[in-house]
Design a protein around this ligand. Sequence first.
Ligand SMILES: NC(=O)c1ccc[n+]([C@@H]2O[C@H](COP(=O)([O-])OP(=O)(O)OC[C@H]3O[C@@H](n4cnc5c(N)ncnc54)[C@H](O)[C@@H]3O)[C@@H](O)[C@H]2O)c1
Ligand SMILES: [Zn+2]
Ligand SMILES: [Zn+2]
Length: 361
Amino acid sequence: MPSTVKAVIARTKGAPVEIVDVIVPDPGPGEAVVRIEACGVCHTDLHYREGGINDDFPFLLGHEAAGLVEAVGEGVTEIAVGDFVILNWRAVCGTCRACARGKPQYCFNTRNATQKMTLTDGTELSPALGIGAFIEKTLVASGQCTKVDPQADATAVGLLGCGVMAGFGAAVNTGGVSRGDSVAVIGCGGVGSAAIAGAAVAGATTIIAVDVDDRKLEWARTLGATHTVNSRSTDPVDAIRERTGGHGADVVIEAVGRPETYLQAFYARDLAGTVVLVGVPTPDLEVTLPMIEIFGRGGALKSSWYGDCVPSRDFPMLVDLYRQGRFDLGAFVSETIGLGDIEQAFTKMRNGEVLRSVVVL
Ligand SMILES: NC(=O)c1ccc[n+]([C@@H]2O[C@H](COP(=O)([O-])OP(=O)(O)OC[C@H]3O[C@@H](n4cnc5c(N)ncnc54)[C@H](O)[C@@H]3O)[C@@H](O)[C@H]2O)c1
Ligand SMILES: [Zn+2]
Ligand SMILES: [Zn+2]
């Protein structure tokens, strides 16, 4: 029997989110229904509600979640009812041209549920990043469920489902940070702070956190930043060069998604260094760069979708590091809230008061 459950949607561009009844179908072939235990509020949810991603309203928001598998459809063998899973938005297909070349982290044909969740009047919802987890239970493709240690705290490990994985992977997978590197991270929200933690785990010796908010810089220190720069009062490019022997950092991670911070990242890296864009720009934004600088500085300008993760490889590993006390996922949880508190969580995010607000169901 399809269930009717409470969920948070963005009905129209820019309007406050609403709690509504949503109909969740029973899982069909290759699908699963997951009872959500916790779901973080990511900046991408706010991008969706502001129409910054696309216009497929109404959106079922939330996409950074963990929970228990409640039902599986025909042919699902890799997960079973009762499994504790983190939801992912990269259910690799195994057959596209990226997968066929052994690069599933770039899978071009990731899977989502085939059936739609709807409002009670039949209006189809667009689940954020193919997940939609500000809801009591959600319908996903079974490959979107990654089984992890059931002893782990859902509030913390759910964050691996998006922002923390994106930031950690931007440093470790995309940026290739390793022992002895210098790293700068511009924008230290949930994503940027995870990039700092990732750089620390990977053995970077200089980790410079840049933000416009002192609270974020304090948290960045606790997660592994060795230096902090408030770019409201200090030029970040000069500051990063100063702290890296005048050269710039080996890897600079942009975790804001704005032209001015991208340019700072571009000019703050060392020759042959790497820039990683993990912040998501809105479609109107542009950057202009002298081509001779792009050529002359060498190195790599990369972007990072989801930290170039492979969920089945990376989620269990990060849960292990967390359970061993080597990666403080709990530090990202600034507050736990209810489904009715998401607008306030967006305000707190805008005001820089939180790394992550996490909805607990
Ligand atoms: N690539 C991906 O796979 C992926 C995944 C999740 C989120 N994101 C994106 O990453 C970005 C960050 O997400 P978040 O959840 O950490 O957001 P957030 O709002 O928690 O953090 C953004 C941070 O940037 C800081 N900031 C804003 N303007 C700045 C400036 N000019 N200079 C320096 N710092 C500045 C803010 O103070 C804040 O600390 C967003 O664009 C989000 O959409 C990307
Ligand atoms: Zn694929
Ligand atoms: Zn996200």
